[in-house]
Design a protein around this ligand. Sequence first.
Ligand code: FMN
Length: 350
Amino acid sequence: MRYPESFTIAGRRISPPLVLSPMAGVTDSPFRRIAKRCGHVGLIVTEFISVEGLTRGNMRTHDMMRYTPEERPLAIQIFGYDEVRMRWAAEIAEEAGADFVDINCGCPARKVINGGGGSNLLRDLPQLRKILTEVKKAISIPMTVKIRAGWDDKSINCVEVAKLIEDCGASMVTLHGRTRVQGYRGWANWDLVREIKQHVSIPVSGSGDIMRPEDAMSRFETTGCDAVHIGRGAIANPYIFRQTWETMNGLEPYRPTPVEMHELLLLFRDYLREHMPEKGVIGRMKMLSAQFLRGVPNGAHLRTAVLRSQTVAEMEPLFDDYFALAEKFGIDHDLQCARDENAELAECGV
Ligand SMILES: Cc1cc2nc3c(=O)[nH]c(=O)nc-3n(C[C@H](O)[C@H](O)[C@H](O)COP(=O)(O)O)c2cc1C
């Protein structure tokens, strides 16, 4: 099969059709730059940003909108309930230079639901319509929407919601095929992506459980979707976009050398330092290290030591030792994500 090389959102060509999925606490600007560096990310979506924080002048929330030019094309994702604040926040995102505004209708976190936003909107369609109508009126850049399958197994309504979304003038819909109640358990239902695709004419992207290039390829084949979002698979392996693009084009997927992986970790450190105070850097370094420092024989103790480090300076000689071992013995994994570990990450995320 010939895989799509690109897709189009309201006349704007996105190539390749591989999207870095929004992940709160993960896809901040330093991580997005790293993903982009590794290559072949067609579109980036920011982590979700609270419209309450944005419209009440919370500086930390505004800070979440910072990005560097290399991250574009970029969709800024917002979440909330009140249509006036949603509209206002969308205007702020447009002013910040976003290429698209993405509306979050999928977050399952209690705090978000209690405020009426995220996946709560899947069971309050009149409010969802109001929000989308207001946002659409207010901005001149395209509006996109990310949803879940429905609230629970008994109320799967994503096809109806996707039609509503199209009707309100959105330019793309993305489905993460789990219900709110399901959280991150089980598997995403990609049959629903295919169903949505049959019922709307705007581009449809699917999200859920793409951990290696073959997963993305089989989703394109079986659903006819226009794009795929990759989330946890990109934390485990930021090269996944490049490798997917290469595999889709019949090429041998790229395998980074230990030296490159070492350099990428240090680059991440530098980007983090540009973006946040030092005390925030260590936790974020541990996130990527936990994924990167796997698969080297006799390397486990170094990984553990990195994860116990109190400062970045403490980590650096451990990286040197780890990647020296990697050079000598090779890395015995394909950077593929340990699914259980990432499910845990999701549970503590959103
Ligand atoms: C830690 C974490 C944070 C997330 N934050 C967001 C978010 O801010 N907005 C959103 O629409 N989805 C969010 N998601 C959902 C992902 O974008 C994605 O739809 C989901 O993880 C399934 O895809 P995956 O298996 O490729 O990770 C988050 C997921 C994780 C694991």
